[in-house]
Design a protein around this ligand. Structure first.
Ligand code: MN
Length: 350
């Protein structure tokens, strides 16, 4: 069971922010060409994501060019670019987004003592100043600003809370609570989202950003949704730094399958989940592990006789998701674990 009691109005649509082309691409071996980034962006638009984070324009000319092309071609989703709190990053990102119908800027700064002391070498006061100054500067160019707190889950709560207030006062449209290193447990992450959303009530939209270092990215994201998050950052196939980010397909399937629990609307076209997953794997030259939820080879394959027998009588005996819902098919595989009668007919030795 997920922790905490549901306390927010759940009628608000949950926004899906896809960062396959930014966080996903940032991991080793995941580099996409400009053409591949555009191809994936178009697939994400067809899938129905609310926001496509196209890249980090300051990081390379490829990311800049790709973001520019994506901004011009995407009409239905918001196109987002990443920037640090530096003016040159913001200018470069804003320039790349010039042709976008619905531009958004994703800025971030770390708020944990570890990151502030060792990486940023900034005092907490200086971090607050940077938040405020950078958002005020960026607001002149782009109105929709998402401000992310890196390593939020290892930050002091009171400091994080004042950083949230600073970002909101400066004009951020939404904020993101990042479990950058995949450290938190679902109960903790849910409580943090709940605490912040209760404190700021209608003032802010809170987004999630979770990593999978302990295999908990999807669980943490779902705990965030249950406790009041209004946006989730996800990637196709869960690609991302180290052990990955939150899987778009897992979150979408969980929200649909357990709508009795979450009661949240979202706009993903579930039938396109599998083809989008395959496209990304194909471009990466990889395949999912057999057991990967929703998109793995074995997610809807059955060999055991008892299971095949149950499924033939009633599919819900062993499947909680109708495979066609996510663009897949059920498959029976016959082998040593299948029923005696089938094995005899097929000449399989038991
Ligand atoms: Mn990340």
């Amino acid at each position: 069971m997920l922790p905490c009691q549901k306390s927010v109005t759940m009628t608000q649509k949950l926004k899906i922010f896809d960062t396959t082309l930014r966080d996903g691409e940032q991991a080793p071996d995941n580099t996409f060409s400009i053409e591949q980034k555009v191809q994936i962006a178009l697939a994400l638009e067809s899938l129905g994501v609310d926001t496509i984070e196209a890249g980090f324009p300051m990081s390379s000319s490829v990311d800049y060019q790709a973001t520019k092309l994506i901004a011009k071609q995407i009409k239905e989703s918001s196109v987002c670019a990443l920037a640090r709190t530096k003016k040159e990053d913001i200018d470069r990102a804003a320039e790349a987004l010039e042709g976008a119908m619905l531009p958004s800027l994703h800025m971030f700064i770390a708020t944990s003592p570890i990151h502030m002391q060792y990486k940023l070498r900034l005092s907490p006061g200086e971090v607050l100043e940077k938040i405020s100054e950078s958002i005020s500067y960026a607001k002149k160019r782009i109105s929709n600003i998402i401000f992310g707190f890196e390593d939020a889950t290892r930050s002091d709560y009171d400091f994080l809370s004042s950083a949230v207030r600073t970002a909101t006062d400066a004009g951020a449209s939404s904020i993101t609570i990042a479990d950058t290193v995949g450290f938190y447990l679902p109960e903790q992450y849910g409580s943090l989202i709940k605490r912040l959303s209760q404190k700021y009530e209608d003032d802010i939209n809170i987004g999630t950003h979770c990593h999978n270092d302990l295999g908990l990215a999807t669980a943490n994201t779902l705990a965030g949704i249950y406790n009041g998050a209004s946006e989730v950052q996800v990637t196709v196939n869960g690609i991302g730094e180290r052990a990955g980010n939150t899987s778009l397909e897992e979150v979408a399937a969980a929200l649909h399958t357990r709508k009795d629990y979450f009661e949240r609307e979202f706009s993903i076209d579930l039938a396109r989940i599998y083809e989008t997953s395959k496209l990304v794997y194909q471009i990466l030259g990889r395949t999912p592990s057999h057991e990967k939820a929703i998109v793995g080879e074995n997610a809807f394959r059955h060999e055991a006789g008892i299971h095949q027998n149950g499924l033939k009588k009633e599919p819900t005996t062993y499947e909680i998701i109708d495979p066609t819902l996510v663009g897949r098919e059920r498959e029976f595989v016959y082998g040593r674990h299948s029923g005696r009668e089938v094995c005899r007919r097929l000449g399989i030795n038991k």
